[in-house]
Design a protein around this ligand. Structure first.
Ligand SMILES: Nc1nc(=O)c2c([nH]1)NC[C@@H]1CN(c3ccc(C(=O)N[C@@H](CCC(=O)O)C(=O)O)cc3)CN21
Ligand SMILES: CC(C)C(=O)C(=O)O
Ligand SMILES: [Mg+2]
Length: 284
């Protein structure tokens, strides 16, 4: 029996009941199928795909077309899972119209269930307009990778009283603007607890401690498939990277040793046909 796809209202009820939930990234069809067959409630097609799948140093270069390309593959693989589509850098800050157009593409062309965008006060009016246009919006504050260069890199946010207070106020403002859920990235656990208690929509933490209503991790991080860096907040639940490398070397060794392919991996013809082929060849 496939799981039942969560809804934005169901998530709010889960928060009320103290029932935690999990989200993981997926960027392609086979990964989406695996997540769909798991108990994980939500998939994020994150713009982290720029770093994880495309090898960029940041998420900034990712385009709308790239997001749509990956979202479509994920949606085809995960019919029973709520899919969040990340709005990439530059796709929502030019104007409210631009934000509505690009969000509409993510829902209509991509087939995602909602959009996510980064930022606090600067995006509150955009969020309000998107929600008014009928688009479910997930917020994202704390470490916001698209603008991380403005704060000196991928650093924990909200460690001093001023920044922490601002983050709390931004969470409240985003809720008032209509977000149905909020990602808290790389903030102190105590601050995440305060925010989680203050707003009635579910918070989803990544490097934000255990008090968030849900947790999110990058698929490749939790499975040992991303080698460039391992943030402190990552727990590696399996090391598929080493399993894959082992399998690749086994394949290579068996090819060199002529142990692969075996007969059951091969096709054959009858002696008769073989003789006829040889005869024909000799006749020429
Ligand atoms: N593979 C991957 N996983 C992610 O979680 C992720 C991405 N890519 N790309 C987009 C952003 C970037 N993220 C990152 C990347 C690095 C750190 C990191 O190394 N942070 C330091 C903390 C630095 C500090 O002390 O403030 C760490 O040691 O964890 C954190 C978040 C999270 N996102
Ligand atoms: C790190 C998560 C929250 C994200 O935005 C992404 O994967 O793009
Ligand atoms: Mg993102």
């Amino acid at each position: 029996m496939p799981k039942e796809k969560v809804t934005t209202t169901k998530l709010r009820e889960m928060k009320k009941d103290g029932q935690k939930f999990a989200m993981v990234t997926a960027y392609d069809y086979p990964t989406a199928q695996l997540v769909d067959q798991s108990e994980i409630e939500m998939i994020l097609v994150g713009d982290s795909l720029g770093m994880v799948m495309l090898g960029y140093d940041s998420t900034v270069p990712v385009t709308m077309d790239e997001m749509i390309h990956h979202i479509k593959a994920v949606v085809r693989g995960a019919p029973h899972t709520f899919v969040v589509g990340d709005l990439p850098f530059g796709s929502y800050n030019v104007s409210v119209e631009q934000a509505i157009e690009n969000s509409t593409r993510i829902l209509k062309e991509g087939g995602a269930d909602c959009v996510k965008l980064e930022g606090g006060f600067p995006v509150v009016e955009t969020v309000r307009a998107l929600v008014r246009a009928g688009i479910p919006v997930m917020g994202h504050i704390g470490l916001t990778p698209q603008t991380a260069s403005q704060v000196g890199g991928f650093k924990v946010q909200g460690k001093d009283a001023d920044t922490a207070k601002r983050l709390l106020e931004e969470a409240v403002a985003l809720e008032e603007a209509g977000i149905f859920s909020l990602v808290l990235e790389c903030i102190p656990a105590e601050l995440a607890k305060l925010i989680t208690e203050r707003i009635s929509v579910p918070t989803i933490g990544i490097g934000a401690g255990v008090h968030c209503d849900g947790q999110v991790l990058v698929f490749h991080d939790m499975l040992g498939l991303f080698q460039r860096f391992v943030p402190k907040f990552v727990k590696q639940y399996a090391n598929l990277g080493s399993i894959i490398k082992q399998a690749l070397n086994e394949f290579h060794a068996e090819v060199v040793e002529e142990q692969f392919p075996e007969l059951n991996h091969s096709f054959s013809i009858s002696e008769e046909v073989l003789a006829a082929i040889k005869g024909t060849t000799e006749g020429r």
